[in-house]
Design a protein around this ligand. Structure first.
Ligand code: C6P
Length: 417
């Protein structure tokens, strides 16, 4: 299959043909089984070719030149913004801000909306399962501004304690609830619609960290009624170095800029400057042009395949993986059952250290991640220093899960679990 081929029905083998990296040997004679998708996904030919075409055919800066190359680059860059607007059903392209990724998107909200609106006595609610990128920016700002951060605990099954959220919302002066949509460790799909309704009922805004949801399921920011939604391109078959902050237009209009520089201004005088319109007010300097264009092609690919179909495929793989993993003696998978879980299985394997598990799997061609996955508070709560994590995506198959299980049995023998 070539990069031009459109896949009309979900045919995982046809999907795999579009991802060249999956066809290499990981070690001599050992094929690659890539199960580290929560860290970063692989890229299809369509995205690789989009980057290549930009640099070969129309490399130029955007919004600046009158020449043909700059016009072509600007049109492709702004075209990607339109594709992303449609992909998440934002009401305007002005609500799509390009950033370097989820981390930068969250920091942007903290440093602009947060800096302008949070004061002593205010409360920001987060959760104990958050990625560090949705804890640390708020801690940095809280130290300066004097507001308080409260964390929603989790129940033994790895879901959020929604009663605790209700109690926090009732008893505190809450200005913001900032929560991940899908956990990168437990896989928990959090009930963000309900969280948003409850937060709005007390006048608080809601930021959703969508890093682990948007690659895997349809997202409609208007149906969710999210105030902010942050995500990264590289986890959704797009390039690294690009991400998005969606924000409701009224919030973004009211927010001061964060970084100053070219393109974000309307006028600059030595006495002071005025700001450009949205979204450019938040896009200072030359952006990641090739990467934004590549992300547009990633969105085309995902749309053509169908986010519903991708989600259904991954659910099948995840259910199968959870069934098979729980068969392995001595192995504990963290998080809820498959019905409440995204395509992530973090586990502990007897007393084998997670890094040893990952190394043994790597020797058998299987790439998984080991460590705290930038979720140290969650690991502290789980009372483990590290977990091994297999995470699945649109090109994974049940036979790859079988290979993982077989490799784990081999590890079990090596370590006498
Ligand atoms: N999680 C993982 O292996 P960046 O690095 O900005 O693209 O994404 C940060 C981020 C934010 N939120 C969640 C829920 C995430 O999972 C991540 C990235 C990777 O789990 C790398 S630590």
């Amino acid at each position: 299959m070539t990069a031009d081929t459109q896949i009309k029905t979900y045919d995982v083998e046809a999907v795999r043909q579009n991802f060249p990296i999956l066809h290499q040997e990981h070690h001599p004679g050992v094929p690659l089984i890539y199960l580290d998708n929560a860290a970063s996904s692989q890229k299809p030919l369509q995205v690789i070719e989009a980057l290549d075409n930009y640099y070969r055919l129309y490399n130029a800066n955007v919004h600046r030149g009158i020449h043909k190359l700059s016009e072509a680059a600007t049109s492709a860059y702004e075209g990607a913004r339109l594709k992303i607007r449609k992909f998440i059903n934002a009401s305007s392209k002005r609500e799509i801000i390009f950033t370097r990724g989820t981390t930068e998107s969250i920091n942007l909200v903290a440093q602009t909306w947060g800096r302008a609106n949070l004061k002593p006595g205010d409360v920001v609610i987060s959760t104990i399962m958050e990625h560090h990128s949705n804890i640390v920016p708020w801690q940095i700002l809280a130290a300066e501004k004097g507001f308080t951060i409260r964390y929603i605990p989790i129940l033994p099954d790895g879901t959020l304690d929604m009663e605790a959220l209700t109690a926090l919302l009732r008893s505190e002066s809450v200005k913001l609830v900032t929560v991940m949509h899908v956990s990168n460790v437990l896989g928990t799909i959090n009930p963000v619609e309900e969280i948003i309704q409850k937060a709005h009922a007390v006048g608080a805004l809601v930021l959703i960290d969508g890093a682990q949801s948007i690659p895997h399921m349809p997202i409609d920011v208007q149906a969710l009624d999210a105030d902010f939604f942050a995500f990264s391109g590289h986890k959704m078959i797009g390039p690294t170095g690009v991400g998005v902050l969606y924000g409701k237009r009224a919030h973004l209009e009211a927010m001061p800029p964060w970084m100053g520089g070219g393109d974000m201004i309307s006028s600059v005088r030595l006495e002071g400057s005025t700001w450009n319109d949205l979204p450019y007010k938040f896009e200072a300097g030359t952006p990641a042009i090739a990467e934004v264009i590549g992300l547009g092609h990633a969105v085309d690919y995902l749309t053509e395949l169908g986010m519903d179909k991708i989600h259904a495929h991954e659910q099948t793989i995840t259910e199968y993986a959870l069934d098979r993993l729980t068969e392995v003696p001595g192995l504990t998978v963290f998080g809820p059952d498959a019905s409440k879980k995204g395509a992530v299985a973090a586990f502990q394997f007897g007393d084998i250290h997670a890094h040893d598990v990952a190394q043994l799997l790597d020797a058998q061609g299987i790439a998984v991640r080991a460590g705290h996955h930038c979720a140290m508070p969650l690991h502290e709560h789980l009372k483990v220093s590290a977990t091994a994590r297999a995470s699945f995506y649109l090109y994974n198959t049940t036979s790859e899960v079988d290979a993982l299980i077989e490799a784990l049995y081999k590890a079990r023998k090596t370590f006498n679990v």
